[in-house]
Ligand binder design. Structure first.
Ligand code: ADP
Length: 493
């Protein structure tokens, strides 16, 4: 019992039912309004037309009414003439002629039209006509319950110096019939139209929803193993095709994100395994060289080096997960970027000399901007250490800082080994390293941080490189307004 009721409720809540019923209700409302308006307009047209006809009849009556010597009105008609008879029969169906005292002298002798000869009504009409100097138009109900439209006026018989009240009218029965016919046809048409529209809208809503159901079914089928599932488009280029398109795009994005995560886990486990294996090896060596303190010391030192590498990897992963979640606390302040870069160039002089690389900072005037000191220091350190790492002895690394309108430009360039063109688009990806026969120890994370930090500052980073010639990193940062925290975009997004 409650299950049936639940099904009923679910049916009323379906999109198909709601779409179709809203359309039908709206249509019913519009059609009813049109029906009412149509009836009203038709009634007023018929009334105006009828008034026109009655006024014409009143005018046409005059030549047929004559007055005898005593001033009494009578019809002056040759009833044997069919033309005259036809004309007069149109006029004498509904009429009355009365004197100024309201006494009826000539009238259509139809008992249904008694109200037309009512003396009180005649006197009141005479008064109205005299006051307004206009004919009186009225609708009366006869004893046959039919309605008649009547126009009355006053004629002056100049020969006998008398005035006459004259009323001419016509039955509205035909007009009412037309009106009723219209109403009847409309009442028949309304339900037929509504039923036809209900069927059509139910069918078309169903067709539209079939496509939606295919999206729903596809969404239900998606699992970790078939991410990237695509729904075929219908080719209708409508909203549903756009929805299917968005769904397919989303599914593609999900697939590539999952693949990135999978790749990331593989990279991380690989990165962790290498130093762990090395530590294990060193510790085993240490165990067997107990008796020789010198070898034991070397083994422990090597193990410590690997522990250090492991710890820096874990630290980098921690930072990476922070940036992956989109938030790194930013504490911006106005700083002289030129001075900051200059200080780091000073600090890197010793390793540069060790590598036989000339490291110079070219700018001398202050260039102020609002930046997060810690984050930008990380950027400078990464770029400088890469410059030194990938520049062979005898080469140079140069830095400069310039003001460029609303932006500042930080340039770090070197005369090093350069980056092959194929690898350039990937160097900002995490764990990405250009294959090198003599690889230095690097995590392949440095440039992903640089890129994320620059994006978080609302800036951009560009790289130009030529193999064997050198590499130029150019960072553009807005001089900017301070923000307490900034969203850090996902790496490789
Ligand atoms: P890594 O820790 O390996 O240096 P990065 O993310 O800093 O990682 O750099 C990614 C890769 O980009 C490096 O492995 C290197 O091949 C290349 N690269 C970065 N900077 C330079 C440079 N100045 N000259 C040549 N190659 C560079």
């Amino acid at each position: 019992m409650w299950l049936t009721r639940l099904r009923q409720i679910t049916f009323y809540r379906t999109l198909r039912f709601r779409l179709a019923s809203t359309f039908i209700l709206l249509l019913a409302f519009v059609l009813t309004a049109v029906g009412f308006a149509g009836t009203k307009i038709l009634r007023s047209i018929l009334e105006n037309q009828s008034e026109q006809i009655v006024k014409e009849q009143l005018g046409a009556l005059k030549p047929w009414i004559h007055f005898d010597d005593s001033g009494t009105p009578y019809w002056f008609v040759d009833r044997t003439d069919p033309e005259e008879e036809a004309e007069v029969s149109r006029l004498d169906a509904v009429y009355v002629i009365a004197d100024e005292q309201g006494n009826v002298r000539l009238y259509s002798e139809d008992p249904a039209l008694d109200p037309l000869s009512n003396r009180q009504a005649i006197l009141s009409n005479i008064q109205k006509i005299r006051e307004t100097q206009e004919p009186v138009v009225q609708i009366i109900t006869g004893k046959d319950r039919a309605q008649y439209q009547i126009v009355s006026t006053i004629w002056t018989d100049t020969d006998h110096h008398r005035q006459w009240y004259v009323a001419e009218g016509r039955s509205l029965t035909d007009d009412k019939k037309i009106l009723r016919q219209f109403e009847y046809e409309f009442l028949v048409f309304l339900p037929i139209a509504l039923i036809a529209c209900a069927v059509v809208s139910w069918y078309s809503a169903g067709r539209v929803l079939i496509a939606l159901q295919s999206v729903q079914r596809a969404a239900e089928r998606i699992t970790g193993s078939n991410l990237g599932l695509q729904i075929p488009e219908r080719g209708a280029k409508d909203e549903l095709d756009r929805l299917i398109g968005s769904f397919n795009e989303m599914s593609g994005r999900l697939k590539s994100s999952f693949e990135q995560i999978r790749q990331f886990s593989t990279d991380v486990s690989h990165e962790l395994r290498t130093p762990l294996t090395a530590i294990q090896g060193q510790l085993e060596v240490a165990l067997f060289t107990e008796s020789e303190p010198e070898q034991l010391k070397v083994a422990i030192e090597n193990a410590l080096e690997d522990v250090e590498r492991l710890s820096s990897l874990v630290k980098a992963l921690l930072l990476l997960s922070q940036s992956e979640s989109g938030q790194i606390p930013m504490h911006k302040a106005e700083l002289d970027l030129n001075e900051l870069v200059g200080d780091f160039v000073e600090q890197f002089q010793i390793p540069a000399e060790d590598n036989g690389v000339r490291l110079v900072h070219l700018t001398s005037q202050p260039v102020c901007c609002e930046i997060d000191r810690t984050q930008i220091e990380r950027v400078i350190t990464n770029l400088l250490s890469n410059g030194l790492k990938y520049t062979p002895a005898g080469g140079w690394v140069r830095t400069s800082v310039e003001q460029d309108g609303q932006n500042v430009r930080l340039i770090v360039e070197d005369s090093g080994m350069g980056i092959p063109r194929d690898h350039l688009p990937h160097i900002f990806d995490r764990f990405y390293r250009v294959p090198d026969p003599n690889p230095e120890k690097g995590l392949g994370l440095g440039l992903s941080f640089v890129s994320a930090i620059i994006k978080a500052h609302g800036g951009q980073i560009e790289v130009v490189s030529e193999v064997g010639q050198g590499t130029k990193f150019e960072i553009i940062l807005p001089s900017g307004v301070a923000r307490e925290t900034a969203e850090l975009p996902t790496l490789n997004a």
